[in-house]
Design a protein around this ligand. Sequence first.
Ligand code: SF4
Ligand code: SF4
Length: 180
Amino acid sequence: MTATRTRTVKTIKIDVDKCNGCRACEIICSSFHATPRYSSINPARARIRVIREPLQDVYLPVFAGEYTAAECAGRDKYTIDGKEYDECAFCRAACPSRDLFKEPDSKLPLKCDMCESDPTLDVPWCVKWCLAEALIYVEREEEGEPAAAVEDLDIGLVAIANVHGWPKVLDAVNRMAKKT
Ligand code: SF4
Ligand code: SF4
């Protein structure tokens, strides 16, 4: 009998009512992921962005999910508790429709990695820095294998090819392979 494998799924629950739009989460995320680490702050490079409509009292933190090459066909406006949210407001994808969650220079997609580092943090940085407690870190165990790193590699390659074209990507890969 084969043993069932479990994996830890990490996520962040968002309490929209508590968010005050301070953007501390964007600052620390971009700083933690800067190269070298903590060397710069640029919210455009953050893997969490806060949609802010102060006149409507809308403050909505959204952290980056998977990259998708397809434009979504099902955009809707949402009205919740009398507040109107933009048609793409709740979406976590980096996609061709908008510039959100794309590295500003290379246009490569950005994805939240739960601040995975060595040593692992007990709680991701954006959660630590959210003094309003709008971000709540949650872990749960699920049956199944860990997500394959190769899937992320595929996503990265497709994104680079979308910017530079496949011939250039293949050229670069060939050149690099010859050096190794
Ligand atoms: S740090 Fe918290 S309160 Fe401030 S913008 Fe981010 S989620 Fe909202
Ligand atoms: S968990 Fe880490 S990588 Fe993800 S949005 Fe928060 S600070 Fe950024």
